[in-house]
Design a protein around this ligand. Structure first.
Ligand code: TRP
Length: 453
């Protein structure tokens, strides 16, 4: 059996976990949700979801991983021997594998747009919607792009925990944060950006209804990577002095800041160009923004070029660090269950994901007419099964497992690092209340709502 390895420092732990959390969900999905759900009011509700459910659930997942120092399947097997709980671990590994397959497709688009931006095509294209459709419908380009990003993630994962995940997270995350800060300043400086700021900062509570509430929760879970074995796997490499609750809090803070700043980049820019709608949906970053870059920087094409290059670099960095966290659970499972070498295990994951990813990438072109359950394409099917079914289920089971199944003193010992840390009593009362009652009930509500719609 190979040596498992562990993270070398607390900073490494935080940056790697933040890398998992900060992804396309922040830069791509969050602004879209904000745009569709009424601006600042949505952001406030989102923050409440992160604090009341996100942080407790992340802590719970950290407990499972750090206590056992094992891959998700063996972690549940160890904590609950000879019970059905191992299913939760198996589901996590499969979910990570599925998500990686379709997530890589969108990550591939960002790579393609980065290349186009560098080649000065993004700021000069005449019809951005046609450009996007033509690319995604192409038979091979999206497949090549998807395989390329998977190979990048492969490059990191074969190098293991400290020499791979930690080292590259420590390089990529600061770069990402720096780019985001520069872009926020640039976006504020655009003429007319104050309309966008007002949209983001003035809460419109009339838009809030049950649907919006549930979208905010779903977005929080996706963005924090909770419930699917990613955080559990990373936590299995945490050192014994890592502070679980503090790490969860820091990661949630970084993740939420990046999401809000992405809003600060996108909306002032979008509103500075008059006739582009803020609720353009998922096409926002691939269709709306190229138009914005062009119009807003019509008199300074060089700055437009730079803005576009930086923006797509940001998106690619965010996607890559999240892909790493999806790659690792499956890899560690193969290494530890089937006694594979890291190199072999990583390759199995990479190439199987390229195969599945090809089906997803072609869902917009050659395979657009191949429909699965409920008339979905491969891409939609993967997205639906993992994000809409397995994610809430995983989060629900996680809260039951840590809140009700695990002995309370095991949980307390893990949070306090074996009583080395002292917390006020209300913190534990609050934690158990949230993880036992609030989180599972809220997740059931999201789930029912999704089924109904
Ligand atoms: N959180 C990432 C994002 O915001 C995506 C992600 C990584 C994820 N690992 C996950 C989502 C596990 C769900 C489950 O883009």
């Amino acid at each position: 059996m190979e040596n498992r390895g562990s993270f070398g420092s607390k900073l490494g732990i935080i940056l790697a976990s933040a890398g998992s959390a900060v992804g396309l969900g922040n830069v791509w999905r969050f602004p879209t949700e904000v745009g569709m759900n009424g601006g600042a009011a949505f952001i406030l509700i989102y923050i409440a979801c992160v604090m009341l459910m996100g942080i407790p659930l992340m802590t719970a997942e950290f407990i499972v991983g750090r206590h056992t120092h094992k891959n998700p399947v063996d972690a549940y097997r160890t904590l609950a021997p000879k019970t059905g709980w191992v299913f939760q671990g198996i589901m996590g590994v499969f979910a990570a594998w599925f998500i990686l397959s379709y997530y890589s497709v969108v990550a591939g688009w960002t790579l393609k747009y980065l290349v186009s931006a560098v080649a000065d095509q993004v700021t000069t294209m005449t019809d951005s919607a046609a450009y996007f459709t033509e690319f995604t419908q192409n038979a091979w380009m999206p497949v090549v792009a998807m395989a390329a990003v998977l190979l990048m993630s492969h490059w990191v994962i074969v190098r293991g925990v400290q020499g791979g995940i930690e080292k590259y997270s420590k390089m990529m995350m600061p770069m990402l944060l720096l780019i985001i800060a520069v872009l926020v300043v640039c976006s504020f400086a655009m003429p007319g950006s104050d309309t966008g700021l007002r949209f983001l900062l003035k809460p419109d509570f009339t838009k809030i209804n049950g649907d919006v509430l549930l979208s905010a929760m779903g977005q929080a879970f996706f963005s924090l990577s909770v419930g699917m074995g990613c955080l559990c796997t990373y936590a299995s490499y945490f050192t014994d002095d890592a502070k679980l609750m503090k790490t969860a809090g820091s990661v949630a803070l970084i993740d939420t800041s990046v999401a809000v700043m992405s809003g600060f980049i996108i909306f002032p820019a979008v509103f500075s160009v008059a006739d582009v709608a803020p609720d353009a949906g998922p096409g926002l970053v691939f269709i709306t923004l190229p138009t914005v870059f062009q119009t807003a920087f019509a008199h300074a094409p060089l700055i437009g070029w730079l803005f576009a290059v930086m923006f797509y670099t940001l998106l690619l960095l965010a996607a890559l660090t999240s892909m790493m966290s999806l790659h690792e659970p499956v890899t560690s499972f193969l290494i530890e269950r089937f006694a594979m070498k890291r190199r072999t295990a990583t390759s199995v994951v990479t190439f199987s994901c390229i195969a599945l990813g090809t089906l997803c990438a072609m869902s917009f072109g050659p395979l657009a007419d191949v429909r699965w359950l409920f008339g979905m394409t491969f891409f939609d099917f993967f997205d639906f099964v993992s994000a809409k079914i397995i994610m809430p289920l995983g989060g629900f089971l996680l809260s039951i497992f840590v809140g009700w199944y695990l002995p309370k003193d095991l949980v307390v010992k893990e949070i306090t690092n074996n009583h080395a840390l002292h917390f006020p009593r209300w913190l534990f009362v609050g934690f158990f209340f949230l993880i036992r009652w609030v989180a599972p009930m809220a997740i059931v509500a999201i789930f029912i709502n999704e089924l109904v719609s």
